[in-house]
Structures are given as C-alpha cells and as structure tokens.
Design a binder for this molecule. Sequence first.
Ligand code: XUL
Ligand code: CO
Length: 471
Amino acid sequence: MHERRLRVKNMRAYERRVVVICGKIYSQGALMSEIFKNIPVIKYEGAESKNAFAFKFYDADKVVMGKKMSEHLPFAMAWWHNLCADGTDTFGRGTTDKSFGAVPATMEHAKAKVDAGFEFMKKLGIRYYCFHDVDLVPEADDIKETNRRLDEISDYILKKSKGTGIKCLWGTANMFSNPRYKNGAGSTNSADVYAFAAAQIKKALDLTVKLGGRGYVFWGGREGYDTLLNTDVAFEQENIARLMKMAVEYGRSIGFKGDFYIEPKPKEPMKHQYDFDAATAIGFLRAHGLDKDFKMNIEANHATLAGHTFEHELRISAMNGMLGSIDANQGDYLLGWDTDEFPFDVYSATHCMYEVLKAGGLTGGFNFDAKTRRASNTVEDMFLAYILGMDTFALGLLKAAAIIEDGRVDAFIKERYSTFTDTEMGKKILAGKTSLKELAEYADKLGACKVPSSGRQEMLESVMNEVMFGK
Ligand code: XUL
Ligand code: CO
C-alpha cells in the first residue's frame, strides 16, 4: 500500500519534473552538477589558519614515522549518518534536509545521495565509504525488488567512482531496523527471519565485493536479549555462529579476500548484547573456529558504554591479532547512550593512534560513525564535522608518534617488568621452566617480599601533557 502510494507520487513527480512536499520544492529526474555549491575543496592551511573550511592539522602528504598521513589514516564516510540521518530523535522529527534536491525515498533520491556523497568525499579528500544495504536504496516490501534496486544503485556507484580512487571500506546488512528483526537476526526465534537475514548478508557481501570493499561488518544490533524468561542463550549464540560460518563460506566463494569484523557493543538496543566487548567477541569467535576470518571493528563510543576506554578495546584486539578497523566517534560521559559524536578529544585520539601505530596500522580504516548534533542542521555542518574529526585524528597521530619518539613511556613499561627479564627466577617463569613447588621454595627462602616499584602514573601523565603541549 505504502509502495503504491509512493509509485503514484513518483510518477506524478516525474511528469511535473518538480514536486512539492510540505512546502518544499524537490526537482525530479535532473541531477544537479554541484550539490554543495558554497563549499570549497578543503585544503590544509596549518594551525594558524582561522578558515573554518580548512584543515589545521590533517596534511595528507605529510610523512609521519615513514608513512604519509593519508596512509596512516584511511578515513571513511558513513553513508547512514552523513547522507541519511536528518536529526530525528525520540522527541522530534528531522531538522536537516538530506533530500539533496530529490524526492525522499525514491531511486532518484538514492542516486542524489550517491552524487552528494561523492562530491562530499572528493571535497574532503576521503577515499572510502561504509554502508548498510538499506542506506543505499529505499527498502521495498519484496526482497527481490530491494535487491534489484541495490543492483541498480551499485552500478551507479561504480560508474560514479571511476577515476576517483574512492572505494568501499566495508559493507554490512542492516538486520535491526525492519520489524521482522524485533527478536534478533541470527538470534531470532523464527527460521524464516533467519533466512531473510542470510539473504541480506548474501546480497550485502555481493555488493561489498562489487564495490571493492576491504571488510564486511557484523554489528549485532538486536543479537542479545532482555529476559531469560523467554530466551535460550546457548541456542541463539550457536545460531549466530552458524550464520557467520555461512557468511565466511559464501564470501570466500565469491572472491572476498578481506576481513570479516565483529563490532562489539554492550547494550542499546538490547539489555544484554552478545558481543559486549572485544574480549567477549574474541572468545566467541575462538569458541566457534571463526578467529581466522574475523577481526574487530572497534567503535570508541561502544567501548565507553562497555565501561572501557577506547584504547583498552584497541589493545585487547591488537594483542590477539584482531585489530581490524575503527569506528571513529566519541560518546558523552554524562549521557549513558550511543551519542555518536564527532571526535574532538585529542587525548583519546592520541591513545588510539598510539595503539594503532604499535599494532603496525589497520587493515581497515577510520570510519566516522558519527552524526552532527540535531541543532547543527546545515550542509556546512556536515563538512565542519568531518574537518573536526579528521583534524582530531591527525593531531592524535602526530602526538602518538611524538610519544613513541620521546621513548619515556615505552622505556618505563619495559623497566617496570624487568624483574621478569633480568633475574634468574623471572627468566625461568617466562620460559615456563619452573613449577609451583619451586616458586614456593623460592618464596620460603626470601621469607618476606619487597613491595614492587612505583607505578608513577602521575609522572607519566605529566610526560603525556609535556609531549602534547610542550612544543
Ligand atoms: C550502531 C553502529 C552501527 C554499526 C554498523 O551503534 O555503530 O552503525 O557501525 O551497523
Ligand atoms: Co559503528
């Protein structure tokens, strides 16, 4: 019914070339050559610049620790926030016009979003984008029609990307918005819903491969539960693992060589999410033999919701060889939900980049899974937000490199564990060549144990301030 109304509206719009909705005029059919007419190409002007439409710290070609900034920081645009989200919240409708001159929820609009997205990325020098299937086209009532639309739009994206070097960073399937996923997707109680989830993953993998994606993400939106009174946790987790195994099997069969990612999140929308944090997700992957094909996509705001720091989640992933990609955003410590703000916290970005540099970089990239505030409702704000995010991570990179080059933090950590590397008994412990019995005899011989050396946290925090603000 809804679709028929939409078709009729579209036909009328097509005939008239323009259509008026809620007092606004939308052009139909004709695609504008430049959408963000008042926004220039964003260039690096340095820290002294007062030009809001310039980078102060992100200097793409600047070499830091042997690599260009643009290589350290493969930034990506999140299709959903940047091209779809209009500021709607639980208390009010949208504040931002994301129609880009087309009638919303039509294929013309889907194409206008592609035009807007590519102009946006080109003006900012961003080389990647991330998408959910339903960010790209309006979902139809019948999955066959949705898939046809996805074929049409991905052809259009491919055409549009020719000669730009812009590619997909990762793709994913939205398995949380449609009411059929109210009880989960891989964790649903309905075999039919499970089949639809599988069908969406199959198509999203096809699209990811077609668009040159480096990765494929599983964010377990509704994979969790609210009460054990209606839930078989073991059953649901086994089923999620089965779905992931089928995804790996299918992905590899169509030539997908990239990584699959789990994007951990502790809560929201579900009370207990199965992929609570990196440690939980890594344990799950290992238990189901999925750890060779999967890595983590760590989102800053998800880490803080889990009661962790961003850098903790990155460290846990990296030390398990599973740091794949990053959703670069930030939360608000005064609010307990996923605010998806553009990152401006340079301390956090510095800790993040320290982890990334130490891990030897990412196989994925930095996806701005972030939205402008509801009150920041103009197209200018879209650009200003990305300038903020890109500059924050550029600063993070510069400061993290400075901390590593300064060497005091690394030297302190090495020294802190030196009783294991510089004493006979410490070496024996590390080599696995001792036993409880021998260690107990050793303790007996000592009689009393010295309190270990100071952690010097305050001194090290001063070192960080010094490196951040000293020059
Ligand atoms: C939700 C979230 C998602 C994933 C992709 O909190 O972060 O947008 O990044 O599904
Ligand atoms: Co995310």
